[in-house]
Design a binder for this molecule. Structure first.
Ligand SMILES: [Mg+2]
Length: 276
């Protein structure tokens, strides 16, 4: 009897009610997903980099033929006795860190010293398409290459290993890596000037306006004016790589503050408002 009752109870039991979905927190405002996806996955990103580095080849001939030619606004005087050099930024100019940005998207994180430091120490960033080939060609023509980066000086050795392993010239020692010191003058201009004591800087490569000329918290109008002022240098002495993931372009939109994600979204939308 007891067994019969048990069977009846089991058969008669309604199916367990579906478990109500656990309410998830509203997703954090995240404005970088499209840019990170483009940089990680598009064929176009390689095409742009190839375009930039290939078009720079024509400038090698011009720069080597003209001993007064310089790409550094602060370099003046008689440059004829100086050895030619190319100055490149590192991040998003010769090394592609978009996989690091992808991890931040997947993990729901944001840029942080620890996660960034771990990525740098991995030394596995891939080169931008055409970058190593172009700089190797320049080196073979007697042009030194300097890597002027705002990575910390303490990260220079890991970066050097990454550059050397991916075919970049002048990465056998730290001599050509000019990274940001822990204290003192931390500007790129000062580090370029040190190079200018012995070298004529013939070309500059970057992904950020301040890889070319540094401005202190310049607003968008001042940044636009700087680009226009040097209109003849772009694609001739100055070569810009695209970086939609981060940079001073976004800092300018945010007024060089660090608002929370929701406030940052609002500021970006406000920047678009005049386009109505
Ligand atoms: Mg950069």
């Amino acid at each position: 009897m007891l067994r019969y009752a048990l069977v009846l109870a089991l058969v008669g039991c309604p199916k367990p009610a579906p478990v109500a979905p656990v309410p998830v927190e509203a997703p954090a405002v995240r404005d970088d997903v499209l840019a990170v996806t483009w940089t990680n996955t598009s064929a176009e990103v390689d095409a742009v980099a190839l375009t930039v580095f290939r078009s720079a080849r024509a400038s090698l001939d011009l720069a080597l033929a003209d001993p007064t030619w310089t790409a550094a606004v602060e370099q003046t005087g008689d440059l004829s006795a100086l050895k030619p050099a190319i100055v490149v930024d590192v991040d998003e100019t010769v090394l592609d860190n978009s996989p690091y940005q992808a991890r931040l998207v997947l993990d729901g994180g944001s840029f942080g010293k620890d996660s960034w430091g771990a990525w740098v120490e991995e030394a596995k960033a891939k080169p931008l398409a055409g970058a190593a080939e172009f700089l190797t060609e320049a080196k073979s023509r007697g042009i030194d290459v300097f890597y002027v980066s705002n990575r910390d000086e303490s990260q220079a050795e890991a970066t050097r290993r990454n550059l050397a392993a991916t075919g970049f010239p002048d990465a056998e020692t730290l001599d050509h890596l000019r990274f940001r010191p822990a204290e003192g003058d931390r500007t790129k201009t000062t580090r370029r000037k040190a190079i200018e004591a012995t070298h004529r800087i013939v070309l500059l490569f970057g992904d950020n306006l301040y890889d070319f000329v540094e401005l202190d918290k310049a607003d968008r109008a001042a940044r636009d004016a700087l680009v226009a002022e040097h209109a003849d240098w772009w694609g001739v002495r100055w070569f810009m790589l695209p970086n939609p993931m981060y940079g001073s372009w976004d800092d300018a939109v945010l007024g060089y503050t660090h608002p929370d994600p929701a406030a940052a979204r609002e500021a970006r939308e406000q920047a678009l408002d005049p386009m109505r």
